[in-house]
Design a protein around this ligand. Structure first.
Ligand SMILES: *Cc1c(COP(=O)(O)O)cnc(C)c1O
Length: 358
C-alpha cells in the first residue's frame, strides 16, 4: 500500500513512473538486462542519456545555447563548482540569501572567489525573500546567485529577482520543473534530482555553453568543460538516475509540461494554505507573499502538540511531516509527484486533529 508521502527529499516519485520502471527493469528495450547492468558506453545508454537531456531541455525551454550535465555530489557540490568554474580572472558574484541553503552556497563560494552577499532576509528571520529595495547589486558581477525555493523555511521567490541584466545562477533543487521560468535571465541552473525530477545520486546542471571554459588548473572532475565535452560520460555516470529522469520528464510532458505542473502545484498549495489560514490553530511560517508552493511550513500552538501531530499523522499514513530541526514545527513537501488527493486527505486529518486537540 502506498502512503501519503510528504518527504522533503528524497521525496515522492510519480507512481506511473515507478510502475513503468518495475515492468522495464529486468529487460529494458529487449537487451535482456536492466539499465543498471548496461555499459554506460553502450549505444543504448547513449540514447537514454540523450533522452533525459532532451526532456529537460524541452521542459525548461532551453535552446541549443545550453547544455545539460548529469553530475554527482548533489547541489551541495555545485555550491563550490559554480564559483570554481565561473569566477575566473577576478570575476565577482552577488548572492541573494533567504535561508539555509543560500547561506551554505555563499559560504562555499567565498572559498573560491570574489563572492559576497548582495541582499539577505536575515533581519526578517528568513520568512521572506529580500526586497528589491534591499538589493545592493554590483552591475559588474558575472552572476547573481539565488535559491528559487528555500526548502527548509518554505519560502520561494514568486518570480526571478530583477538584476538589471546580470545573469542569474539558480539553485533550483526544490522547485525545478514545478513552474515555468524565464530562461533568458539565466546563465546556469542546478539542482539535486531527488526532490522534483528523480532519485538521489544525480545532480542536474543546465549551463549556457558560452560559460564553459577549459580550466586545466582545476581538478578534472570539477570542471564543467570535462563533463560537457564527454556528454556527462567522462567517468561512470549515475545511469539509473539518468534513466529515471528521462521517465519523469515524459510523465511531466504527458500532464502538460511545467505549465501543467504549475496548475497542479497551485491547487495543492492553495488547499493546504487555505486550511492553515482558516484556523487559529495552525500558523504558517513564511510571509504570505513569498510562501512556497513546494514546502509548506507551519506550526501548532506548542512544539509538544506539533510533535504529537507528527506522530499521529505517521500512524494515519502521512509520512515526512516533521519540520527540519533548525526551524521546528511541521513541513509538508508537495513536489510535482504528490497528488491533490494526498493534500485533501491531509487537510481532513488537520481538521480532525484540531477538533480533538484544539
Ligand atoms: C536539498 C537541497 C540542497 C542539497 O542538495 P544535495 O543534493 O543533498 O546536496 C541544496 N539546495 C536546496 C535548495 C535543496 O533543497
Amino acid at each position: 500500500m502506498r502512503v501519503h508521502n510528504f518527504n522533503a527529499g528524497p521525496a515522492a516519485l510519480p507512481l506511473p513512473v515507478l510502475e513503468r520502471v518495475q515492468v522495464e527493469l529486468p529487460d529494458l528495450h529487449h537487451t535482456g538486462m536492466s539499465v543498471m547492468e548496461w555499459s554506460h558506453r553502450s549505444k543504448q545508454f547513449e540514447n537514454v542519456n540523450q533522452g533525459a537531456e532532451d526532456g529537460l531541455k524541452r521542459l525548461l525551454g532551453l535552446n541549443d545555447d545550453w547544455t545539460v550535465l548529469f553530475l554527482q555530489g548533489g547541489a551541495s557540490l555545485q555550491f563550490s563548482m559554480v564559483p570554481m568554474n565561473v569566477l575566473q580572472n577576478g570575476a565577482k558574484a552577488d548572492y541573494l540569501v533567504h535561508g539555509a541553503w543560500g547561506r551554505k552556497a555563499i559560504a562555499e563560494a567565498k572559498k573560491e572567489g570574489a563572492a559576497r552577499i548582495a541582499a539577505s532576509s536575515e533581519s526578517a528571520n528568513w520568512k521572506r525573500v529580500p526586497l528589491a529595495s534591499e538589493f545592493d547589486l554590483d552591475s559588474a558581477a558575472k552572476y547573481v546567485h539565488f535559491t528559487s525555493n528555500e526548502t527548509i523555511e518554505g519560502v520561494q521567490w514568486p518570480t526571478e529577482p530583477e538584476t538589471n541584466g546580470v545573469p542569474l545562477v539558480c539553485d533550483a533543487s526544490s522547485d525545478i520543473l514545478s513552474r515555468p521560468i524565464n530562461v533568458e535571465k539565466y546563465g546556469l541552473i542546478y539542482g539535486g534530482a531527488q526532490k522534483n525530477i528523480g532519485p538521489s545520486g544525480v545532480t542536474v546542471v543546465a549551463i549556457r555553453r558560452d560559460w564553459i571554459e577549459p580550466l586545466p588548473q582545476i581538478p578534472t572532475m570539477l570542471a564543467y568543460a570535462t563533463h560537457a565535452k564527454e556528454h556527462s560520460l567522462y567517468n561512470t555516470p549515475p545511469t539509473f538516475g539518468i534513466y529515471m529522469i528521462g521517465l519523469v520528464c515524459e510523465w511531466i510532458e504527458s500532464l502538460g509540461g511545467v505549465a501543467g505542473m504549475q496548475a497542479r502545484n497551485t491547487a495543492k498549495a492553495n488547499a493546504l494554505y487555505a486550511q492553515i489560514d482558516s484556523s487559529g490553530f495552525y500558523t504558517g511560517f513564511a510571509d504570505k507573499e513569498n510562501r512556497s508552493q513546494m514546502n509548506i511550513t507551519f506550526r501548532l500552538p506548542s512544539e509538544e502538540l506539533g510533535a504529537q501531530f507528527a506522530t499521529e499523522a505517521t500512524k494515519a499514513g502521512f509520512i515526512g511531516l516533521k519540520g527540519h530541526r533548525s526551524v521546528g514545527g511541521l513541513r509538508a513537501s508537495l513536489y510535482n509527484a504528490v497528488e491533490l488527493e494526498s493534500v485533501e486527505a491531509l487537510t481532513a486529518f488537520m481538521r480532525e486533529f484540531e477538533r480533538t486537540h484544539g
